[in-house]
Design a protein around this ligand. Structure first.
Ligand code: PA5
Length: 467
């Protein structure tokens, strides 16, 4: 562990009766029925982990893979100005979270010197021609590496953009050199990308079979882009390993992921808080909030439980950003339906801070700000918002890191991944699958005339229902 590094802590007083005004969970339950229920969930997750179904647990300890990722990054970074991830969902959101948290803001606008000659990092997920064309217009094909990331190797959005970029590269460089501008991160055995890599001798990194898309941030999916821009992936993995150790116990009171999962599950299923707002008070954690949304939504939103019963269950995760969204969503959180719980994400200290000038004789109304710092303002706003919610009996808790760095981010990734598989066990659903996204994929394929896709008969818009 980094010297002096503190692991994230979860402050959940504002969920508990006696602290939360007029509402909250009976704290005795945390040593009673909820602790017993968590022990069962822990045992179920342990069984699946030991059976090799949850490969994300093992990634922090896979040193050969980490070494291979770092060597691969080192082998090309000096020869490229830009590193472009082409991937979507779990194949993009982890890299975006790492980028937002650990690179200086506006990284891609810095000059080579300020970036330490590391490449710019772009992420192409949505197949929107406006975005793709604008990016390609800025890239030097001879000095850009395209990392196509797809576990299945068949995802339409990713593969379509790969085909567009391959033609763009071939036009600019010729087929032979175009080939050298690609690196694939994909299944070690299956899928179109794997076949293409073998046929055209394109370098690859593996996504282990037992690591699902939204659980892949600590695999080459997240770590190759991170290593390419100089992020200390060893520290990310060390933070994740330390958190996994803390979460190995079946004792609820000592297991942070267990506590997070148990409280959020109870908030939804017993206290009516089906909307779960993940609200960082740090711009660096914006990407992380979007990563959590996918992890939560795809893992827990399920039609059937593991016994095959129809349940149509799962909380609705909503990212929000403090303090900006105090001027947007807070009114609803404070006075709207009591169907929400807020999870604040906070840091004890910023990387750098800025003092607000004082005194301000010409602006006496603003004198209270002078002499404080921007971080103090932001953080006091978080404290004030949590307290205001508490006074209104609105459940909230805070996940606190000492600062946003590679170690604490690794710990946060692991905390939420373990929490979501515990939550899956508590909801009695399988957090590792996502059958609900399949139908849309099949219909898209059919609409594009692809084989194996159902050609849907979608009724044309009815003028009676248009305005
Ligand atoms: O979490 C998941 O499994 C999904 O979000 C996938 O990551 C996403 O659909 C992309 O899939 P693939 O990596 O196969 O292209």
């Amino acid at each position: 562990m980094r010297a002096g590094a503190r692991q994230p802590v979860i402050d959940f007083g504002n969920m508990v009766a006696g602290v939360l005004e007029g509402a909250g969970m009976d704290p005795r339950r945390l040593r009673g029925d909820l602790a017993a229920r968590f022990r069962d969930a822990h045992a179920e997750v342990e069984t699946r982990r030991v059976a090799g179904e949850m490969g994300f647990f093992g990634l922090p300890h896979d040193l050969p893979l980490a070494t291979r990722i770092q060597r691969t990054a080192d082998s090309f970074v000096r020869e490229c100005d830009a590193f472009v991830v082409i991937g979507i969902g779990g194949s993009a959101l982890g890299a975006a979270a790492l980028r937002d948290a650990l690179l200086p803001p506006a990284w891609n606008e810095l000059d080579d010197g300020a970036r330490g000659r590391a490449p710019r990092l772009h992420i192409l997920d949505n197949p929107d021609p406006d975005t793709a064309l604008a990016l390609l217009a800025r890239l030097n094909p001879a000095r850009t590496l395209f990392n196509v990331v797809s576990k299945s190797g068949t995802t339409a959005e990713t593969m379509a953009q790969f085909l567009v970029i391959r033609r763009w590269l071939e036009t600019a460089l010729g087929a032979e050199r175009a080939r050298t501008r690609f690196l694939f991160t994909t299944s070690p055995e299956r899928g179109t990308l794997r076949q293409l890599a073998a046929r055209h001798d394109i370098p690859t990194l593996p996504i282990p079979d037992t690591v699902g898309g939204r659980f892949s941030v600590l695999s080459p999916v997240g770590l190759l882009p991170a290593a390419a821009v100089g992020i200390d992936i060893g520290a990310v993995l060390a933070g994740a390993a330390a958190m996994a150790r803390r979460c190995s116990t079946s004792e609820l009171g000592a297991n942070p992921a267990g506590t997070l999962a148990t409280l959020l599950h109870a908030a939804d299923t017993e206290m009516g808080a089906a909307v779960q707002v993940f609200m960082p008070y740090a711009d660096r954690l914006r990407g992380f909030a979007y990563w959590v949304r996918q992890l939560w939504a795809e893992s827990l939103g399920k039609a059937v439980d593991r016994a095959g019963r129809r349940v149509e269950t799962g909380p609705t995760p909503v990212p929000a950003f403090g303090a900006a969204d105090q001027h947007s969503i807070l009114q609803l959180l404070m006075e709207g339906p009591r169907d929400k719980v807020v999870v604040f994400l906070a840091r004890a200290a910023p990387g750098e801070d800025v003092e607000i000038p004082a005194p301000c004789p010409d602006t006496p109304d603003l004198a209270y700000l002078g002499g404080h710092t921007l971080f103090e303002l932001l953080d006091r706003e978080r404290c004030a918002t949590a307290e205001a919610l508490r006074r209104e009996g609105r459940m909230n808790m805070t996940v606190m890191v000492d600062r946003v760095d590679a170690h604490s981010l690794g710990a946060l990734f692991m905390l939420f991944q373990i929490a979501v598989v515990y939550a899956g066990a508590l909801y009695e659903v399988d957090p590792l699958d996502q059958p609900g996204v399949e139908l849309g994929k099949v219909l898209t394929r059919g609409l594009l005339g692809g084989s194996g896709g159902e050609v849907p008969s979608i009724p044309p818009p009815d003028p009676r229902w248009r305005v």
